[in-house]
Structures are given as structure tokens and as C-alpha cells.
Design a protein around this ligand. Structure first.
Ligand code: SF4
Length: 332
């Protein structure tokens, strides 16, 4: 049984796509034997940028879909704890405690927030979005996570979490675990239109896409825009199809594609059908497992219910230790 705990998570976006697989799921499948794994489905975080009734109504189905795809990708339910963030009310109290351990100017300096506000088309920063890194700290610390796998862009968030923990422990006593960041090279795959692969851009290749859908999506993918005719040489460095080859194709074949593209010996149609065949083969076992899991409809529901129970036990112990250290609520 692993002795250290890892915490990571996602917003409830629904079906996982190949960008998720390369960027995080593959890594999680490898790490699950080394660390006790907590996977949070961050529905409260989602509210910072998407809070319409329609968005919220999609959360339950999206959460189930994410768990289903994670299990099909190789996460083992006995090793992992999946839970919905809003199922654990303790997070709100620890978040309130933490809000008083950080200043507004410190939050305003967080590099990712302005970008998030811009992406969500918010002209003015909502209070919840400004406090998003504090809620994230609350999520990490509440489950006493020893480490959090992050891409370089998330390092400032972990640093803020560590500052908050140090501040708390200095003020009230050493009860909270200071998490470490483990930087992973998070590959960001382009979608079919060349922008970052994302469900919201409608450019994703889902892990659950049937083979013919994968092939159809890849056949319509954008390529080097300067390569107008078959006999024009191409530049693989600007081609999204090539970026996917880098993620799924062996090195020796990548070198051949690179050379073939630059000399125009290889056409885009053949290059794409090579990629389609690789994705179909790579994800066929995933799709078999997914079909198998779907034969027992309660599996995913049980994973979420068990996960919430396990997560809540850890969360209430941490919150109680924090209250005791602070002397909070002794009059109750
Ligand atoms: S041959 Fe392949 S890498 Fe080159 S432009 Fe076409 S799709 Fe892209």
C-alpha cells in the first residue's frame, strides 16, 4: 500500500479526449501504483468561469463520463479515490480559513488568472475567480496531499498553497501538510483545427470515438497551411497532424514522416491515414474496456460514492485538526 498521497483533478468536462490522455491520464495510470491517488472532479472550480444552469445541469453526466473513461484508460478503482468536489462540504470551511491567510495583491499577481478571465470572456474579474487559487489550495491541503503532479504553468499555484500552509502552521501549529509539486512535462496536443485540443472548441478526438469517427476527424484535420498542393514541400513543425504523430508514432517513423513531408515525397492523405491507424490500434483496448464497464451500469456510480466516503473521512479529520489548532468552534 503506498504511503504517500497524490492529488490531481479536472473540471467536469465530460468525455476524455486524446489530449487528456497524453497530458495527464497516461501519467496517472503509471503513478497509481506508487501513490495513493485522489482524483477530484472540480465542479466548484467550474463555477468560476461557467455557472449557468445549463452548465451545472451537465455536471453529473460529465462526472460519470470522466470516471468511466479514466477506468477504461487503466485507472484501477481499488487504487483510486474519485469524488465530486461539491460532495465534500468541508472544503468550504477550510477555504474560508485560507482566504484570511493571503492578500488580494498576492492573488492578483497569479499569472494564470487574467488568462482564465479572458478565456471565459469575463470583462471584470469575479471574486470567485480571484479566489480560485485559494480554493485549489484548500482542495490540496484538505486531503493532506504529499504531492501534486502539475505542468510548469501551475507551479505558482502550488507555491501559493505552500505559502498558505506555512502561514497557517506558523500561526496555529504544525498540523497541515505542505505539498510538493512534481513537475511533469504536460504535452498540449492540438485539436483538429490546430488550436489546443478542447471540448469547448469542438476540435477534440475523444477516446471513446468509434474508429470510423476518429478516421473522419483526422481526415479533416488542418495541416501545414502553406502546403496547398500535393507536390508542395511541407513544414511538419507547423502541422497539427505531425504534433499528434509525435505523441503516438515511434521515433524512426517520425523521422521518415518529417523527411517525407519536407521533400513532398509523403502526401497529407497518407500521413493522416498512418496516424488514424495508430490511434485506432492504440485505443482499441480502451474501447473494449469501456464497453465492458458499461455492461455494469452501477460501477461508475459506486466508484464515485465510495470515493466521496473515503475523501470525506480524510477531509473531516484535516478540518478538525485545523479547528483544534486554531481553537475554532470550541464554544459549540
Ligand atoms: S505530410 Fe503530414 S506532417 Fe506534412 S503537412 Fe501533411 S499532414 Fe502535415
Amino acid at each position: 500500500m503506498p504511503t504517500k498521497r497524490m492529488l490531481t483533478g479536472d473540471r467536469p468536462t465530460g468525455k476524455l479526449h486524446v489530449g487528456h490522455y497524453v497530458g495527464s491520464i497516461k501519467n496517472r495510470v503509471e503513478l497509481q501504483h506508487e501513490y495513493e491517488s485522489f482524483f477530484i472532479i472540480a465542479d466548484l472550480h467550474m463555477l468560476t468561469t461557467k455557472n449557468s444552469k445549463e452548465d451545472i445541469a451537465e455536471v453529473p453526466a460529465n462526472a460519470r463520463m470522466m470516471v468511466l473513461d479514466s477506468l477504461a484508460a487503466g485507472i484501477e478503482p481499488e487504487l483510486a479515490t474519485f469524488y465530486l468536489q461539491s460532495a465534500i462540504p468541508e472544503v468550504c470551511e477550510i477555504n474560508t480559513i485560507f482566504q484570511n491567510l493571503v492578500t488580494v495583491p498576492r492573488l492578483e499577481r497569479m499569472p494564470s488568472l487574467k488568462e482564465m478571465a479572458r478565456d471565459a470572456k469575463k470583462e471584470e474579474m469575479p471574486y470567485g475567480l480571484l479566489g480560485y487559487p485559494v480554493l485549489q489550495a484548500a482542495d490540496i491541503v484538505l486531503y493532506a496531499a504529499d504531492f501534486v503532479p502539475v505542468g510548469e504553468d501551475q507551479l505558482p499555484h502550488i507555491e501559493l498553497t505552500r505559502e498558505i500552509v506555512r502561514r497557517f502552521n506558523q500561526l496555529y501549529g504544525p498540523v497541515l501538510v505542505e505539498p510538493a509539486a512534481r513537475t511533469t512535462r504536460i504535452a498540449r496536443l492540438p485539436g483538429t483545427d490546430g488550436r489546443k485540443m478542447s471540448k469547448s472548441y469542438g476540435n477534440a478526438i475523444d477516446l471513446a470515438d468509434p474508429p470510423e469517427t476518429m478516421t473522419a476527424k483526422i481526415s479533416k484535420m488542418m495541416t501545414d497551411p502553406a502546403r496547398a498542393r500535393r507536390y508542395d514541400p511541407g513544414n511538419p513543425d507547423v502541422c497539427p497532424v505531425f504534433a499528434l504523430h509525435r505523441a503516438f508514432t515511434p521515433e524512426a517513423r517520425i523521422a521518415e514522416i518529417d523527411a517525407g513531408c519536407r521533400s513532398a515525397a509523403l502526401g497529407c492523405v497518407d500521413c493522416k491515414s498512418d496516424l488514424s491507424a495508430r490511434l485506432r490500434d492504440r485505443f482499441a483496448p480502451f474501447q473494449d474496456r469501456r464497453r465492458e464497464i458499461l455492461k455494469s451500469p452501477d460501477v461508475v456510480r459506486d466508484v464515485l460514492a465510495d470515493g466521496a466516503k473515503r475523501a470525506r473521512a480524510v477531509a473531516s479529520a484535516t478540518l478538525e485538526a485545523a479547528r483544534q489548532a486554531m481553537g475554532l468552534g470550541h464554544a459549540r
